[in-house]
Design a protein around this ligand. Sequence first.
Ligand code: SF4
Length: 300
Amino acid sequence: MTEPTFAGQVSRWYEQHARDLPWREPGVSPWAILVSEVMLQQTPVARVLPAWQAWLDRWPTPAALAADSPAEAIRMWGRLGYPRRAVRLRECAVAIVERHGGDVPDRLEQLLALPGVGTYTARAVAAFAYGQRHPVVDTNVRRVVCRAVAGEPDAGPATRPADLVATEELLPVEPAAAALASAAIMELGAVVCTARSPRCGACPVEATCAWRASGQVAPAGPTRRPQRYAGTDRQVRGLLLGVLREATGPVPHQRLDQVWADDVQRARALAGLVTDGLVEPVGERAFRLIGDGPPAPVAG
Ligand code: SF4
C-alpha cells in the first residue's frame, strides 16, 4: 500500500532528523504543548523558544494563568506579535479551569469548544499531547501533501475540509503511529519541503513525490510579496502597546501621542487595540492594558 509507506518513510526520517525542541520532550504537559501550538502559529521557532519557557515558568498550569490578569498575559507575550493570542490563551485557561477542573481536555470536541482553539490547534493538542489519530493540518502539512500526493506546487491560502481528508488518508491506523506521522509531515514541510526552496535531495519521499515527478512546474501568476510592516497600523499598534506594557498604571493620552506623529493613524491604531480587547480607556484622557488594576471607571 502506498499511503502507509509515505507515512512510514516520513516518520523514519523524522526520528533521525527532527529538530530538538523542548515541547517535543517526553513528559511535557498538555498545557505546555497547547501553549507552544498557540505561540508557533504566527511566530518562528527561534522567537518562541525563550517566550514559551518564560511563560511556563510563570504559569505552569492553566489555573495559574487563569488567576492572573489579561494585562499580565499581554506583558509576558512581549514582542511575539499578534498579541490577541495572549488574551485568548488566558481566556482558554479560564475555560479549562471552569469546565475541566484545570486539566486540558483530551476529547477533540471539548478542545474545539475552548476560546481561541481552532481546527488546527485542537487536533495538534489531541495528537501531540494525547497520541490520538487526527489529521493535523497547517500550512507546511498542506504544502507537503499537495506536492507529494497531488503533484501541485501550492495548496492555497486556507485549510479546507478536503485538506483534512487528504491528510487523514495518509495516516497509519494505529493512533500513536498516526500522531508521529502528523508531527513528521509537519516537520518535513518546515525544514525540507519549504515554500520557496524545497530540498528534494534530502527528502525521504523524493522517489514517489508527484510534484517532483511532474517536473516541479512553478505556479503561474505573481509570487507572494512579503508583508510590509514599516508605516503600517500594525507598527503603530506595536509602538502603543510597547508603552502600555511597560507602564505600571494608566498612561496619559499625551504620552501615547508621542509614539507616532500622524494623529489619524495613531487614533485608528489605538481604537483598534480597544476594539480587539487589548487596551481599555481609563476616564477620558488615559489608557491601560485590559484588566490592569481595578475596574476602569465608566466614561461619561
Ligand atoms: S520531493 Fe521535494 S517537492 Fe516532493 S515532498 Fe520532498 S521536498 Fe517536497
